[in-house]
Design a protein around this ligand. Sequence first.
Ligand code: HEC
Ligand code: HEC
Length: 289
Amino acid sequence: MADKDVDAHSGVETTGHAWDGIKELNNPLPRWWLIVFYISVVWSIAYWVLMPAWPGISGYTKGLRNHSERENVAEQITALEAARADDTRRLLEAPSMQAIENDPGLHQFAMAAGASLFGDNCATCHGAGGQGFKGYPNLNDDAWLWGGGLDDIRRTIAYGRRSDHPETTNTVMLAYGRDGILSRDQISDLTHYVLDLSRQEHDDAAAERAAPLFAQQCAACHGAAGTGDRTQGAPNLTDVIWLYGGDRASIYETLWNGRAGVMPAWEGRLSDEAILALSVYVHSLGGGE
Ligand code: HEC
Ligand code: HEC
């Protein structure tokens, strides 16, 4: 070892390294820094021992505390399900749909579940707010094809309409023109009759000619006064609400080609409690009866 070299200016020993005549002083590290350094060394060793730390070939060291964020999340989900199980059971055991709406806690639970289920399963066809599109009914208004009571709505959702479910309803609007049931002129007259029913501009003579035809061909489903029949899903033709359009061309098109909108069945695809929650949610949208 060479002799100790002391810097003449500061009186501090040097490390012996020199660059272009500049020497490195051998000052000790600051005490605070050293303390923090030793604490981190101790901390890291404690951490390795207690917590998951070192990767291995097929896994990692689990640490004495056996901590796992993944398991924590799984536990929280189980706890949430357990907390919901109680509400779910009460929903399924409610004596009637009305009883669900009358119980504020249960109603709130059903509404929250229904809203999120609606967004996931129904909004694609009925719109995010249930406002509907041509051929896909608005669920916010008072006009119902199949009924707006809680049980009607539940039946529509569970079994669908014109769906593949054995309990579904299958009446359709016939294709009077395409299938050759009525002539072009008769369909044109009936179009004026429907325009008259809904108090729109029409040809009086044509509507009059069609009156007996309507009674004979249409009243069985739409009613003698054209106000519709919910057991057959036949819409009210006297109001301003149209599923397929109330202008002359749309009505003619309906009569010529028929209509058979399909509401899918959800029984078997969604749980019973999900269908109950959705029924309560749809019922609350504005037109519930
Ligand atoms: C693939 C498109 C589609 C999806 C998805 C769909 N629906 Fe429908 N829904 C329809 C059609 C079409 C009708 C109208 C059937 C008809 O013309 O009679 C309908 C009718 C209804 C009706 C009856 C309305 C009335 O006026 O009586 C309700 C209630 C309803 N749907 C609720 C729902 C709910 C709740 C969901 C989600 C679980 C849903 N629908 C998902 C297409 C759909
Ligand atoms: C077998 C029963 C049945 C008969 C008979 C029938 N309809 Fe319909 N009609 C329906 C059904 C069901 C719908 C709804 C179809 C749907 O939801 O997809 C409908 C829909 C309509 C619509 C569309 C309403 C809208 O809101 O867009 C018009 C218009 C209409 N029918 C007129 C008539 C006329 C006129 C006749 C007689 C020539 C007639 N229907 C005969 C069952 C019937």
